[in-house]
Design a protein around this ligand. Sequence first.
Ligand SMILES: [Zn+2]
Length: 424
Amino acid sequence: MGTTQLTYGSRSTGSGRPRLHGLIGLAFGLCLALMPGAAMSNPSRPANEFAVATDARIEQAGEVVRLTMALSRPVEVSASVMAAPDRVIIDLPSVNFQVQPSAARKSAGFVSAFRFGMFTPDKSRIILDLAQPALVTRAEVRSVRGGFGELVVELKRASRAEFQAASVRAAPQAPEDPASQAAKPQGETRQLVVIDPGHGGIDPGAVVASIAEKSVVLAFGLALKGQLEASGRYRVLMTRDDDTFVPLGERVRIARAAGADLFISIHADSLTQSQDVRGATIYTGSERATDAESARLAAKENQADAVAGLDATEDMQDVAGILMDLAKRETRTFSSLFARNLVEKLGGSVRLHKVPMRSAGFRVLTAPDVPSVLIELGYMSSPKDAELLNSLSWRLQAVAAVEAAVNGFFERGQAVGKAAANQR
Ligand SMILES: [Zn+2]
């Protein structure tokens, strides 16, 4: 990280090449300011190396809100706007963001926040949240002396009608072919546990004091994977094992297509209104939330796709009709059983929320045939929880407790399953 300091004092070193400016966003994927190609790139760097983004700044200058970001070399950029929620989407090829996550919480004028990250393995995305409708009047990467680049995006306020006319629908995602995913290999007796670290890439989740939820839960998920695999009893599949964005529906599909026996989603949220709410909470899925706080949390987590710039409705593939209610009810029984195990085991080693077991309509908990729970490890908004979430010893303790709960689930769960089968 220390080798990529790209602070440069002067901004007047652009190549002077004329650029296309103007209103964009009228058609999806309209590309502005294409870079002039290999001639621009620094010859000392291999062409396929990701550009590194270092310094990001958002500021208001008169009527314009401007985002600038320093890049290790020029790259292509395209921009568009999307409604509900109103946002500006800036697409770049893969970029290695070495920018403080807290920078993204800065606001300026009608831009209430922005965020950035990997969107797909070969695409990065920057998203600006709009408090009022606005249009992109400039989106380009200027070349800067030394082979560097500078991303400049400028926005101007617009009427609702102008914004609607310019806004695009997200490109639909190619449906995943379940057959292409590895199902349980023949002769495999180990249970398959899918671990789902929440958020990732463009979606940082809760951010408190430059610590992003996505990093905390990934570290936890990887530690849990290591522990479960080391026992020799389980195969483990991660919905993500690096800092990439995975849509909510895709997380469910990964678990179902792989024939998972258990799905564990990991989160660590923040509550802005209260710093004293603390402790781990275990959630199961249900149409009706057990309480208002759970409903709010589920609504927030379900926003993850919109946060990343996906159209919220496009990924709502309904799985409800696939399996009969009976199977869904049985899955729910198993989910609750595992949730109770978690409360019991976690309660023995870490602090739990005062009402530790709850339900709400989390989208990642909708697989009708895979017992699924969501663990809120703690609240990043609580200074004490935040400290624990970052401590290795706490993590090891909590991971051991979750492993014990998984063991208990498969030992007791099979007995309950047999009993239920016999009653039919
Ligand atoms: Zn979360």
